[in-house]
Design a protein around this ligand. Structure first.
Ligand SMILES: O=C(O)C(=O)Cc1ccc(O)cc1
Length: 425
């Protein structure tokens, strides 16, 4: 955890605290009332005076919707589609003056550096879920709490995840009519120009970096505690092993989950990454080192037009990883791109990756057996790290029927990041 040492909670014997080990490994592990929906917001914490909120507004065109300011902290909600980042900034130096209650709807991760540390989920019964989680031994830094203003009231609690500095705000805002949350002032003003082509609709997935041996424990925890279901990233993935990428410099295990509620096509997935590299540092190890432990490595933002969105963001100054030029010329890639109905020159100019190797697995929940697999593909592009360290970054993802993750794209990203990191040294 940045700036503060913390015992490794992944070393617990049972992945589901309080549940006998054998039962806890059962994916149906015991009826959680938790029906978590798509993330309501993702919290970012900045150390003193790092104005990254401005970049989200000016470059990524997130719209400021609401703000809360105390003498010690500022919290700013920024929105694109239904994706909301809650940017938390300290207004004073030094940890002593800040109490955990300064950051409403969150806990203070004491960041010595920028970190994305909280994912808020809307739930129906906050006290009931908090009670269940507590009875399973989960740590609840904020017990169920009611906050109200003129727009009504909400109930929230915060639970610590077993992964690094990540926490989850559990929120019931069914009784609230205001624009964001009680305690926040709406930010009036003309919406930012939307004719610029940026078409971000929602959070598609959130990828964690787990410590060695930690991805499986995290998978079990989210299944047991939040009722998440396993999501197979690729038809070739064997459930017992996970999606293992090896060779060509890649050594990584990926496991994924999706929330039980919500249509699969629109649900937000959690991807758990763990390094399997034995020799030398890679992007996952680098994250652990520079972040000071496990945490959120990137957030995938779903777009319905990745070409226009990337172009507009690049014009606004966003910087993206670009794959080596050979990516577009070798192994029939240009034909693959054309076959998908895209233009290889445009994708190459912008650095967008396209993958047709992640067709819809007909066994995944929600799969539509009538759709033709040949038309399914996805396109992705990844920003450079957005804080000063090589830690957190954003991704744009445009899914054309493909719900998984393309192996070719992950390899290309891996390579591009390695080249970037080598250049940094
Ligand atoms: O492709 C994605 O968006 C993923 O989430 C998979 C992934 C996970 C970790 C990495 O360092 C690179 C790629």
């Amino acid at each position: 955890m940045p700036g503060r040492s913390k015992p490794n909670r992944l070393s617990r014997a049972s992945p589901c605290p309080g549940i006998p080990f054998a039962r806890s490994l059962d994916p149906a592990c015991p009826a959680m009332a938790a029906l978590l929906s798509r993330p309501c917001f993702i919290s970012l914490h900045m150390p003193y005076r790092q104005g990254w909120a401005q970049d989200l507004v000016n470059t990524f065109r997130f719209q400021p919707v609401a703000m809360r300011e105390t003498p010690r902290v500022r919290q700013l909600a920024l929105r694109q589609g239904s994706a909301i980042f809650l940017v938390n900034e300290r207004l004073a130096l030094g940890p002593t003056s800040i109490s955990s209650r300064d950051f409403l709807y969150d806990v203070d991760p004491w960041p010595a550096l920028g970190t994305a540390s909280n994912i808020c989920f809307e739930v129906d019964d906050v006290p009931g879920l908090c009670k269940q989680l507590q009875s399973r031994g989960c740590s609840l830094p904020v017990p169920p709490t009611e906050v109200r203003d003129d727009g009504g009231s909400v109930t929230y609690g915060v639970v610590s995840s077993i992964v690094g500095n990540i926490s989850h705000t559990l929120l019931d805002r069914s009784r609230y009519r205001g624009p964001f949350l009680p305690g926040f002032q709406p930010i009036q003003g003309a919406p930012l120009a939307t004719g610029d082509g940026i078409a971000i609709t929602h959070f598609d997935h959130i990828t964690y970096v787990c410590p060695p041996g930690g991805a499986r424990a995290a998978l079990d925890w989210y299944q047991c505690c939040f009722g998440f279901r396993r999501f197979l990233l690729n038809p070739r993935e064997r459930p017992a092993e996970g999606y293992v990428l090896g060779g060509q410099g890649v050594g990584m295990l990926l496991l994924a989950l999706q929330s039980a509620q919500g249509a699969p096509a629109h649900g937000c997935k959690l991807v758990l990454a763990e390094s399997l590299s034995e020799n030398g540092t890679n992007q996952v190890d680098t994250f652990l080192e520079q972040h000071g432990g496990a945490g959120i490595q990137h957030v995938g933002l779903r777009t319905t037009d990745i070409v226009a969105t990337t172009r507009a963001l690049q014009q606004g100054g966003a910087r993206f990883f670009t794959p080596p030029a050979a990516y577009y010329s070798q192994g029939g890639k240009a034909e693959e791109i054309r076959g998908a109905g895209q233009d290889p020159h445009t994708l190459a100019e912008l650095g967008i990756l396209l993958d047709t190797t992640a067709p819809r697995d007909k066994d995944q929940p929600g799969a539509d057996a009538t759709e033709s697999p040949s038309q399914e593909y996805l396109m992705q592009i990844f920003t450079h790290p957005i804080f000063s360290e090589d830690t957190f970054f954003l991704e744009l993802i445009d899914r054309r029927g493909a719900p998984g993750f393309g192996e070719g794209n992950i390899r290309a990203l891996w390579k591009a990041v390695q080249v970037y990191m080598d250049q940094q040294q």
